[in-house]
Write a protein that binds this ligand. Structure first.
Ligand code: C5P
Length: 223
């Protein structure tokens, strides 16, 4: 199983970056739950302050492009058998819990950005779109399980449903900003078959166990 967790960092210069709020807790709990069930797990983590769960192979990455490379190697497969790879076969399932940055600065400066020096009160930063990791690997997943996440403020149901198709995911786990950094969370698991299961105010550990079950049943868990 391949799991991603945490934010990405998109560097502006050597001391500044753009990032997302994300503790990495949900992804780390999924990796833990899968390893406890006996799965081999590669956990691809952005910069987070979390302990690696026992038995899990962890690959640390920084930017979205680094994460895309690591996900391709682990999930789609690679010639290498090195740490972070399951070899040519790749992974059986992907849980994309990372809060990937949608944009990155067009240029990464080698020295500090000196926008202040010009004396202007406004500065602008040109951004370019990052690759969508889920959509990129989702297209090549075949019959393997792919589970994405959608953090939406407000109801977000329609947006999350649209993501199922756009990203070729089997399930999208919808949550909202109250999950950020929290131990408990409320999620709706939306299936491409139209199924919907709500899990209300449970620990991320409990939610992770329910999500990992998708790998075994390939259908939504009971509420
Ligand atoms: O479009 P949005 O960012 O809401 O989609 C969230 C889902 O897509 C998450 O599973 C996230 O890990 C994944 N994602 C991605 N690559 C991006 C942006 C989001 O894989 N560039």
């Amino acid at each position: 199983m391949v799991v991603t967790a945490g934010p990405t960092r998109e560097r502006i210069d050597p001391v500044r970056y753009l990032s997302n709020d994300s503790s990495g807790k949900m992804g780390f709990e999924i990796a833990r739950a899968a390893a406890e069930r006996g799965d081999q797990v590669i956990l691809i983590a952005g910069p987070v302050d979390q302990k690696t769960p026992p038995g899990v192979i962890r690959v640390d990455v920084e930017s979205a492009r680094d994460m895309l490379g690591a996900v391709k190697t682990a999930f789609l497969g690679s010639e290498s058998r090195a740490k972070g790879s399951f070899g040519k076969k790749g992974g059986d399932a992907l849980f994309m819990a990372a809060a990937v940055g949608d944009w990155r600065p067009k240029r990464r400066l080698s020295g500090k950005w000196r926008a202040k020096d010009g004396g202007d009160e406004v500065a602008s930063l040109e951004l370019v779109k990052n690759p969508d990791i889920l959509a990129t690997v989702g297209r090549r997943k075949g019959s393997r399980l792919v589970v994405g996440f959608a953090l939406e403020t407000g109801s977000g149901l329609k947006r999350a449903m649209a993501k199922l198709n756009r990203k070729s995911a089997d399930f999208i786990v919808l949550n909202n900003e109250t999950a950020l950094g929290a131990n408990r969370t409320t999620v709706a698991i939306l299936g491409k078959d139209g199924s919907r299961v709500n899990i209300t105010n449970k620990t991320k550990r409990d939610v992770a166990r329910a999500l990992v079950q998708l790998h075994y049943s390939n259908s939504a868990p009971a509420e």
